[in-house]
Design a protein around this ligand. Structure first.
Ligand SMILES: NC(=O)c1ccc[n+]([C@@H]2O[C@H](COP(=O)([O-])OP(=O)(O)OC[C@H]3O[C@@H](n4cnc5c(N)ncnc54)[C@H](OP(=O)(O)O)[C@@H]3O)[C@@H](O)[C@H]2O)c1
Length: 289
């Protein structure tokens, strides 16, 4: 698991271990290095990367995911999002390792729903361009490779939910975005998809997406309801989604999951149910605290 400390990497590593797989992770936190945790920092030149253990499959979960950071530093972020993963994937392929690279619905331009696996990428941000190029270069390597594109990953720690929750607890207003949409999935669902792909050695492009695009306003309403808070505290605005300087109000983010339903029997999960479960978990956690 390349990037085992991240939102997806940590959950997927635990999931695979619980399924009986022997899993080694990489970290860039020196204090956690151990037998099953190798130090790997993509900002170091490849000559300083560790010797990789003999493995059947590798999942590349590392990334600089913030749209604004990639926009502000396109060269630096390209090292982490494009050059280093392609170099690592190439080395792994040479050793016969199956490589799964995690990508994003941001390789598309948010103008159409249910993007198909073979739709040509149309990125509108530096992050999306880096991911689209990395996908293409990894898929064309000699060896067995796959790409898993994801929509927004949602959990109780999602910054916007945390901020809204704290504001509502304090009786303050919250701002929600009526023209910015998400089709959320959980890290646990991504882990399920990762297992399905690597256990079957399935090559090519795969998608993990919620079943519909839902506006942030619905998420705000669900949170207010779950907290039994005052609904008039929600202020609805257009655009201005934090960290989205480009395409700041994505309209369509969904990805077509018909291939995954056919191959693995895994359909797109309900976006509304994912939101509701996440909000419930946040409110329960807050009460426990
Ligand atoms: N989160 C989403 O909503 C979302 C949506 C679509 C696609 N994705 C994709 O899904 C994958 C996983 O995302 P995530 O949400 O798990 O991201 P995340 O929580 O930000 O984790 C990213 C991981 O990459 C590591 N990393 C960053 N820079 C590095 C470097 N220079 N060298 C080595 N490791 C580095 C981070 O290390 P530290 O922990 O030490 O910082 C972290 O473990 C990424 O490919 C992302 O593009 C995510």
């Amino acid at each position: 698991m390349i990037g085992a400390d991240g939102q997806v990497g940590s959950v997927a590593l635990r999931d695979l271990a619980e399924r009986g797989c022997k899993v080694v992770g990489t970290t860039r936190r020196a204090a956690t290095v151990g037998d099953d945790r190798l130090f790997l920092d993509f900002s170091l030149p490849p000559g300083e990367w560790p010797d990789l253990p003999a493995v059947d499959a590798a999942v590349i979960c590392t990334a600089m995911t913030r749209i604004d950071e990639c926009e502000d530093d396109p060269d630096g972020s390209a090292v982490v999002n494009l050059h280093a993963p392609v170099e690592l994937a190439s080395r792994l392929c040479e050793r016969g390792v199956f490589v799964l690279f995690l990508s994003t619905t941001g390789v598309f331009d948010f103008t159409r729903p249910y993007r198909r696996h073979d739709d040509p990428p149309s990125p509108v941000s530096a992050y999306g361009r880096q991911k689209a190029e990395a996908e293409a270069r990894i898929l064309e390597l000699e060896g067995k490779t796959a790409v898993l594109r994801l929509t927004k990953i949602m959990g109780p720690d999602m910054p916007i939910l945390r901020t809204w929750h704290a504001n509502l607890v304090a009786g303050e207003k919250i701002t929600s975005y009526e023209d910015a949409f998400i089709a959320p999935i959980t890290a646990a669902f991504v882990a399920l998809m990762i297992h399905a792909i690597i256990s079957g050695g399935a090559e090519g492009v795969f998608h993990a997406s919620g079943d519909e695009d839902v506006p942030y306003t619905v998420l705000a309403e669900q949170l207010v309801r779950a907290m039994d808070a005052d609904a008039t505290l929600i202020t609805t605005v257009e655009g201005g989604l934090p960290h989205y300087p480009i395409a700041n109000a994505p309209r369509y983010t969904t990805l077509d999951m018909s291939r995954e339903e056919k191959m693995f029997g895994i359909p797109a999960p309900s976006s509304l149910a994912t939101m509701a479960e996440t909000v419930e978990a946040l409110v329960r956690g807050g009460q426990a605290a």
